[in-house]
Design a binder for this molecule. Structure first.
Ligand code: MN
Length: 738
């Protein structure tokens, strides 16, 4: 690099004017701190230059100037001066912390991190999630403010960059930074960011438009002056204190309007706008009355953002009226406070912080800020929130990164396992460890915003069942469950096949002589479609090898005394409640005055015939029948209107309603098969409801059915017939739980 002798005065001068600005606007800030940050940054960047040839330090100095104009605090300004040293020089974060303290260290680190994020493609950039991510990752709002100032200066000096780089920066600004400024209510910065980006991206259109606006500027301004003074006179006459501003709108907003409405400049009615700034909300409405009294409002263009503030807390009354010479123009009416918020948004807090001595005003500002950024937590010390501000705008999501910078959005408290499955199910299935920000961390640890996660995999590794308890994403859970089921099934098939072979040897059946078709036929008899399913069912113990062999080769098997053909139920299915009274078939309960209701005996007391009983109307589960002696009956008395008289029925054959839940594949015809079983049993269906299983994604369905059965035997018959219907996965008899 060439000698800096010539350049130093330029930087020095920029610094002096910065210091003067700060002295004037924030007299209480310590100028020594500022100077130290400047010297430090100047030293660190001493042999770097911008593309324009200027010494690099002029950039951080200019950023600090922008921040000083916004009357930002000292931490902000120091951060502005130091914001590029971590990225571009050998200075470490530790050094920044040692020299300038925690706050500056955190902010410089934050700005550096934001700068490093690459917005790979257009779609990514436009996603709201990226803007959310930026905000969520920012634990100190000043990081965003410095970043916006940095971007603004980059755009102001963009001409010296290569064309391609210019376009990237401008597009990124339109897609990400301008919307963030908007979200934070910083209208002024947003306007300049947009106009500069517009001029970069569409130089011709911008030039044309600006030329056109400029050519009419004199005309517009004359017209505005006239309207302005007319309004001022009328407001004075009505005793409404106000200042009236006239302005020609910003090029980019005019451009968007032209594009959106496919009109030409001559037709744009609100190129010009009037703003009335008054002292109170009451006078805002009064001023609106004055305007509407004078000129005709355009229907549908009156908007009350005072009563209904925008999400970024923007407040104003808007109206468009047909003014002198038939020119339509927009009028915005607001108080000083609303104006400040509209222009500066979140940044207004720092600017006016010192002016407010009363705690009341301070509290109000904090309340406003709190509302603005919608944070609820992490605000313990409202007195000095600068150091405690934590933006938890989107607390439900965590933004993490692959080592290559791809953004992976996960729910809060997600683990590296979730991350791995979000990348690819193979990565999830084979993951054995994770490196988070370069450090090995347990797979079950939780990820934080901004974590860079690298997943370590091991071919052939399989997920463990206890992962199910820690993962936070449905995707990971489903994939893990799916794989575990597949593995267990494979084991069951193996076990089933072996046990069949063993039993065959024991029974003297020559399995080799049986064709696969024979087994397949038996399989279908058991309600499974493939031989493998038959093995799996054997492996899971759903039925015995002996039973299968007797079916498959009855002539070969010794007709050993078979135990009652009661199928052992798979362990996941609860055994039917043995209910002696039910088995007798003489236990039914009548609800007095009502026939067609679901009645069940409450499990807490299991009332038996002969006891005094009382019914209780439950919410959605029918009538629970308790013994009068049941302690729960006393507790239930607080809603006496839900009590209902019941009695034991005389008839022994009255059927009992039973609710059964059937888990099935979601396939056509299954309902018909189930109901025809009930037809054959002459069992009445009381209610039937099929629904998708929202907890699963594997095309399964749940059928709730309430049927009448005469006794336990019939119920068992029905259930085992259900079980044989292809596609039925599991059946559960509802427990009678209050
Ligand atoms: Mn910079």
């Amino acid at each position: 690099m060439s000698s800096l002798v010539v350049d130093v005065p330029q930087a020095e001068e920029l610094y002096r004017s910065l210091e003067a600005k700060v002295r004037a606007l924030r007299p209480k800030d310590d100028p020594n701190v500022l100077e130290r940050a400047y010297r430090f940054a100047a030293e660190a960047h001493s042999n770097q230059r911008r593309k324009s040839g200027e010494p690099y330090i002029t950039h951080p100095l200019s950023v600090a100037h922008i921040l000083a104009d916004m009357q930002m605090d000292s931490v902000c300004l120091q951060t502005g001066l130091l914001h590029d040293v971590l990225e571009d020089t050998n200075v470490t974060l530790e050094q920044i912390r040692e020299n300038f303290g925690e706050d500056v260290g955190r902010c410089v680190d934050g700005v550096t991190k934001l700068t490093k994020i690459s917005f790979a493609n257009r779609e990514d950039r436009q996603a709201e999630s990226l803007r959310k991510m930026l905000l969520a990752m920012t634990t100190d709002i000043r990081v965003i403010i410095v970043k916006l100032a940095d971007r603004l200066h980059n755009l102001r000096t963009i001409a010296s960059l290569p064309r391609e780089r210019q376009e990237t920066i401008a597009q990124e600004t339109i897609d990400i930074y301008a919307p963030i400024a908007h979200r934070l209510g910083m209208g002024k910065i947003r306007g300049e960011l947009e106009d500069l980006s517009f001029q970069t991206l569409h130089p011709e259109a911008a030039a044309d438009l600006i030329r056109e606006i400029e050519s009419k500027r004199q005309e517009y301004e004359n017209w505005l002056k006239q309207v302005q003074s007319e309004i001022e006179q009328r407001l004075t006459r009505e005793n409404i204190p106000a200042r009236v501003e006239g302005r020609v709108k910003r090029a980019y907003s005019v451009y968007l309007k032209l594009k959106r409405q496919k009109i030409t400049l001559d037709q744009v009615y609100d190129i010009v706008a009037i703003r009335i700034i008054t002292d109170s909300v009451k006078n805002c409405y009064a001023a609106l009355g004055v305007i509407h009294n004078e000129w005709h409002p355009v229907p549908g263009r009156i908007k009350d953002f005072i009563a209904m503030p925008r999400p970024n807390l923007y407040q104003s009354l808007h109206t468009s009226v047909i003014g002198p010479g038939g020119v339509t123009f927009e009028v915005q009416i607001r108080t000083e406070e609303m104006h400040r918020i509209a222009e500066e948004g979140i940044a207004a807090h720092w600017k006016y912080k010192e002016g407010s001595k009363g705690p009341g005003l301070e509290d109000q500002r904090i309340a406003w800020l709190r509302q603005l950024v919608e944070w609820q937590r992490d605000m313990k010390d409202s007195g000095d929130f600068l150091s405690t501000v934590k933006m938890d705008l989107y607390g439900e999501e965590v933004y993490t990164f692959t080592p290559r910078g791809r953004v992976i959005v996960l729910p809060r408290d997600a683990t590296p396992i979730d991350f791995a499955y979000a990348i690819h199910s193979d990565v999830g299935n084979t993951c054995v460890g994770a490196r988070v920000n370069g450090t090995i961390r347990p797979l079950k640890s939780t990820l934080r915003n901004g974590d860079v996660v690298e997943i370590l995999t091991q071919p052939g590794h399989q997920p463990s069942r206890d992962w199910l308890a820690v993962v936070k994403t449905a995707r990971a859970r489903n994939k893990i469950r799916h794989l575990i089921n597949a593995v267990e099934r494979a084991k069951a098939v193996e076990i089933g096949q072996k046990s069949l072979e063993k039993e065959a040897r024991r029974m003297g059946v020559n399995l080799g002589r049986l064709s696969n078709n024979d087994l397949a036929a038996v399989a279908s008899e058991y309600g499974v479609s493939k031989t493998d399913d038959l093995y799996a069912a054997l492996g899971f113990g759903r039925f015995s090898a002996r039973q299968v062999l007797q079916k498959v080769a009855p002539e070969q098997s010794t007709p050993a005394p078979e135990p009652a053909p009661q199928l052992p139920l798979p362990p996941s299915i609860p055994q039917l409640q043995t209910d002696a009274a039910l088995a007798n078939g003489d236990l039914t309960i009548h609800v007095k005055g009502a026939d067609d209701v679901l009645v069940y005996r409450a499990k807490c007391c299991n009332a038996v015939r002969g006891e005094q009983i009382v019914g209780y109307i439950t919410r959605g589960k029918g009538i629970a029948v308790h013994s009068l002696q049941c302690p729960n009956v006393q507790k239930l008395l607080y809603e006496p209107e839900r009590k209902i008289a019941v009695e034991w029925a005389r008839s022994a054959s009255d059927p009992l309603p039973v609710k059964v839940v059937i888990y099935t594949d979601d396939r056509p015809g299954i309902l018909h098969k189930l109901t025809s079983i009930l037809d054959a049993e002459k069992s009445n269906i009381r209610t039937l409801e099929a629904r998708g299983d929202e907890k699963r994604t594997d095309n399964s369905a749940i059928i709730d059915i309430t049927i009448d059965v005469k006794d336990k035997k019939q119920l068992e018959r029905v259930i085992s017939a259900f079980r044989r219907v292809p596609g039925v996965r599991d059946i559960e008899r509802m427990q009678n739980v209050i």
